[in-house]
Design a protein around this ligand. Structure first.
Ligand SMILES: [Zn+2]
Length: 199
């Protein structure tokens, strides 16, 4: 039983964040109320603004508040190299490596029949249409080495067969590894030593 219904509401709201249970939610709520009201208000304002204004890029599905996103608008980037990832967080980590100068296409996750995620749900048709329209020289499939990642890569290789050279990250991505858990040097190696997919 909380000392205030509003405080209880705040705790419940904080629990929408990953990894936040009842105890940490209570600790966060009390911290904001007792020690950090200004920054708490700033958090509320920024949260409101970000959730209202940030959308998916209509071209690549990166997160952005302008259409198309800054990466899609950047003419200095290589138009002929398209990197396929499964989440905007992967774009972030590849950008941090500073080694990739092409463009991205972000799927809405990986194929996962158990979660009801099929080709349509993750937007494979949009990728195929984009490749046919923009005709890049190379399509680098940079997905996790998990069962879902491998299945999705396989599906993309089949779907793009004949329309573009498909490559994938060669080394350094451990089996079962998620892209955004890699350290920068491992990711750099994986990006620079990519290989063409055997059909
Ligand atoms: Zn974009």
């Amino acid at each position: 039983m909380s000392i205030s219904p509003l405080l209880q509401d705040l705790e419940n709201a904080l629990r929408c964040l990953p990894g936040v249970g009842p105890r940490s939610a209570a600790r966060m709520a009390l911290h904001l109320l007792e020690r950090d009201r200004d920054r708490g208000l700033n958090l509320a304002k920024t949260l409101q603004q970000a959730l209202t204004e940030i959308e998916y890029c209509e071209r690549c599905r990166n997160l952005t508040e302008i259409q198309p996103c800054r990466i899609c608008q950047d003419d200095s980037r290589d138009q002929n190299l398209l990197c396929v990832v499964s989440s905007p967080s992967d774009i972030l980590v590849i950008e941090q490596s500073g080694l990739f100068r092409g463009r991205y296409h972000c799927l809405a996750g990986l194929l996962s029949p158990l979660e009801g995620l099929g080709a349509q749900e993750i937007g494979l048709a949009t990728l195929y249409e984009r490749v046919l329209r923009e005709k890049p020289d190379e399509c680098l499939v940079a997905l996790a080495s998990t069962v879902e990642g491998e299945a999705t890569t396989h599906q993309i290789v089949m779907g793009l067969e004949g329309s573009v050279c498909v490559t994938r990250l060669a080394q350094g991505v451990p089996v079962g590894g998620e892209l955004d858990h890699l350290d920068i040097s491992t990711l750099s190696q994986a990006l620079t030593s990519r290989t063409e997919v055997q059909r």
